[in-house]
Structures are given as C-alpha cells and as structure tokens.
Design a protein around this ligand. Structure first.
Ligand code: NIG
Ligand code: FE
Length: 426
C-alpha cells in the first residue's frame, strides 16, 4: 500500500514540522501553518509540501490521484499513543457501579476491572479478537488515527499475552492503521499469584518477557506502577530487565497515587510516562530534563471523575506533552480523538495548537516514530487527515464530534466520510 497522490489548495496545511518531540509552550504552539497549501506524496512518502503555486509550479502530475482540499484544513494523521484495544468482553456494568460510588481501584481489588477483562480475553479465540480489533481500528481510522499503540495485559499468562500480541501483529498487517505493540504483562497481578506480586514479576521477567522478545512481538514494555498493583521497586526491576532485552520503556505512572512514577520514568530514560494525574513537581521537572514524553489521557480522568493531569504546568515546565485516548473496556471506553482534544483544552488548559501538536508529532515521539510520522515533512509517510472545516481549531471547538472528512495512509485514500452519507448505496 503505497500510492502517488496530490492534495492541493488546502485552506490550511498544519505541518507540525519536525523529526522529534516538541517541548514547551513556544514549540508546541508553533504548528508550521501554510495557507493555500499542497502536499505531494510519491510512492507513499511525502515528497513536497508548501504553498500551492510553488509546489505545483512545473510539476508533472500525470499518474497522481488529485484531491482538491479547498476550504479544508489538512493535518498529519493522528497518532493515538496509548490504547488497550485488543480485548474480550465488555464491562458496561462497572460504569453503573462507579456511578453508585464504587471506585475503579476498589472494583479491581475485588477481582473485577482489569481482571474481569483478563478472564474474557483468555476465553476469546484469535478470530474473535481479530474481528473486534478490525472493527475498532475502523472506528479509530474514521477519527483520523493512522498509527495506534496497543497493549497486551489482558492475559497475565504466557499463552494469552502471546495471543494478544500475535493478534496485534496480524491487525497491523491486515488494517491500514499501523499498530505499535507494547508488552504489558505487568498490568495487574495474575489471579493465581494474588498477594505474591514479587513472584509474579519473576514470572513475567523470566518466562514471558524473553519469549515476547525472541518472537519480536512488541517494541515497548509497560507496567501499571500504582499503589496496590506494582510498586516503584517492582516496576524498576521489571523495566530494567525489559531494557536489557531490547524493549523501549513506557509506564502507567502516578495515575491514582503520587508514587514517583514520573521520577522513575526519568531515571530509566523511558520514552514516555502516561496518565500522570498525580505527578509531583519534581517528577514533572525530571521528565522535562530527561526528555520523557508526558502522555496525558484526559478521557480517563473524565470517565473516572478523577482530577485532570496538570498539562499546562507540564508544558510550561518544558515537557513534550502527548495526548491519547487510552481506549480500553474499563477506565475509558472511548476512541474519540476530538473528545480528548476538547477535554485537554477545557480542563488541562492546553491551547488548541498544543492539543494538535500533542496528537501528532508528540504522539509520534511517544511511540518512538517521530522520524517517520506525525508531521507533514518531505521524507515522512504520506499519512494525512482532511477536515470538513477550514481550520484545526474546529476539532476541540466541535466538542466530541468527528469533523474528519478523509484519511490518507501512505498516499492512499482509506477513509472518506462522503461514502457513508445518507442515501449513499441505498
Ligand atoms: O490505562 N490503569 C490501568 N490500565 C488501563 C485501564 C485498563 C482497564 O481498566 O481495563 C488504563 O486506564
Ligand atoms: Fe492504559
């Protein structure tokens, strides 16, 4: 899948130009806007991007598919850098339990939450997981996502962790959306190891992780570093072993309790630390100093009615902030990119420009691919989103509503809203 395409006359080309994370307020607010812009994609890769008259001057476009984007904004494809999208079963009852006052962590401690999805995922066949995975990727693609990170962690045993990762590898092959896989064997203590967290970490490090590494099934290793799940020292032990086996590091850090996960991420040189609702000032400063991407998931704070991460302070402290959906069957059953961007602006005080940067180039940095995706620069993959509106500002402003009209992946049109309009095909 690699095609030749020209997207011309865009009211606004939002380039987010760059090949690494954008840190701090000045850089996150600079979207590299071009008015009346054109992008040329050759063999699936961006060849040129700039002002229409200059880019098209003297260029032979025979053989190129041409899309006229007059009156529309064109952005880099979105990178959803934190999800748990391969799972069996659903947990709609838990939503009501939380409304009735039970907390997310209380439900997990009673054997529900993540552990109930573990039970359903162990039972699910590969075909079932592939089928639901394809449908979920279709939905993400319609929101403009061209690369998604997905985690294991609903197996907590060798067989099911491998099954989940194999499903993600197959989905990466079958679906236009690229899947970056993360091994999250330490998402919770497996039921058979209840009360024996250290022994469970031994199992993950000695038995499961080496097989995941040998089969090259994941790029990243993650851990749920949280009170009553995995401590700082257990997380450190697991992540150090993962680094030695060649995994890049990321962690669920300081989500409910300020344990020091942000500081641990900085100490270990993790690519990103995620959630961070309770991250300390020292943790924020350490992430900024070490270049750890702060991946914020406001849809989860919203769904769990928890306080939002301090996104404004993180950016002002010099962090590179990324935004992601955290799509999963429990704490945030939503793949809505525009909802996440609206929440980031309304409750974490990000500007719309920072929210766009956080969903594109900084999302790409959070999955270690800022050199290949996340911006409209020559040499990068031809992954683009065309909005129904002339400005990126409509994304958070049109709260929670999808204003993506077309999605292009490696120079090929892979989603077009006009094909799903009323009356079409009836
Ligand atoms: O990122 N916090 C831990 N893990 C996920 C939720 C997983 C689940 O509830 O199934 C999260 O929120
Ligand atoms: Fe998560």
């Amino acid at each position: 899948m690699a095609a030749d395409m020209v997207i011309k006359n865009a009211a606004q080309l939002v380039t987010c130009s760059g090949f690494g994370p954008r840190c701090g307020s000045r850089r996150m607010n600079d979207l590299g806007l071009i008015e009346d812009g054109t992008v040329v994609i050759t063999g699936g890769v961006i060849e040129a991007a700039g002002v229409t008259a200059e880019v098209l001057d003297g260029r032979d476009l025979s053989g190129y598919r041409i899309i006229d984007a007059a009156g529309k904004a064109v952005l880099p494809g979105f990178v959803d850098s934190h999800t748990h999208f391969v799972f069996g079963g659903y947990r709609e009852e838990e939503f009501s339990w939380r409304l009735a006052g039970r907390s997310y962590m209380e439900i997990l401690e009673r054997g529900g939450g993540i552990l109930s999805t573990v039970e359903a995922t162990r039972k699910a066949g590969k075909e079932e997981l592939l089928d639901s995975g394809m449908r979920r990727l279709d939905s993400m693609l319609a929101f403009g996502v061209t690369t998604v990170e997905g985690k294991s962690g609903y197996g907590l045993d060798l067989e099911t962790e491998i099954k989940q990762l194999q499903v993600m590898a197959e989905l990466d092959r079958r679906h236009p959306v690229d899947v970056v896989s993360t091994f999250l064997g330490a998402h919770a203590v497996a039921p058979a190891y209840r009360g024996r967290g250290d022994e469970y970490i031994d199992l993950v490090v000695r038995k499961v992780m080496p097989q995941v590494a040998d089969a090259d099934l994941a790029e990243f290793c993650d851990v749920f570093c949280e009170q009553n799940v995995f401590s700082i020292s257990q997380s450190r032990r697991l992540l150090k072993a993962a680094a030695q086996m060649g995994f890049k590091l990321t962690l669920h850090a300081d989500e409910m309790v300020a344990l020091g996960g942000a500081e641990l991420a900085a100490e270990l040189g993790a690519v990103s630390a995620d959630h961070l609702l309770q991250a300390s000032d020292a943790g924020i400063a350490a992430m900024a100093a070490k270049g750890v991407v702060a991946t914020l998931l406001p849809g989860t704070a919203f769904s769990l009615r928890e306080p939002y991460a301090r996104g404004r302070q993180m950016i002002d402290a010099g962090c590179a902030v990324a935004l992601a959906t955290d799509f999963n069957p429990g704490s945030c059953f939503s793949e809505s990119v525009p909802l996440v961007m609206a929440l980031a602006c309304l409750y974490m005080d990000l500007t719309p420009e920072e929210a766009v940067c956080a969903m594109t180039i900084n999302g790409a940095a959070a999955v270690g691919r800022a050199d290949r995706i996340g911006s409209i620069d020559p040499g990068k993959a031809g992954d683009l989103v065309i909005l129904e509106f002339p400005s990126y500002k409509f994304i958070p402003y049109h709260v929670g509503v999808n204003c993506v009209e077309k999605v292009i992946k490696n120079g090929e049109l892979v989603f077009d809203k006009s094909n799903s309009r009323r009356g079409k095909g009836c």
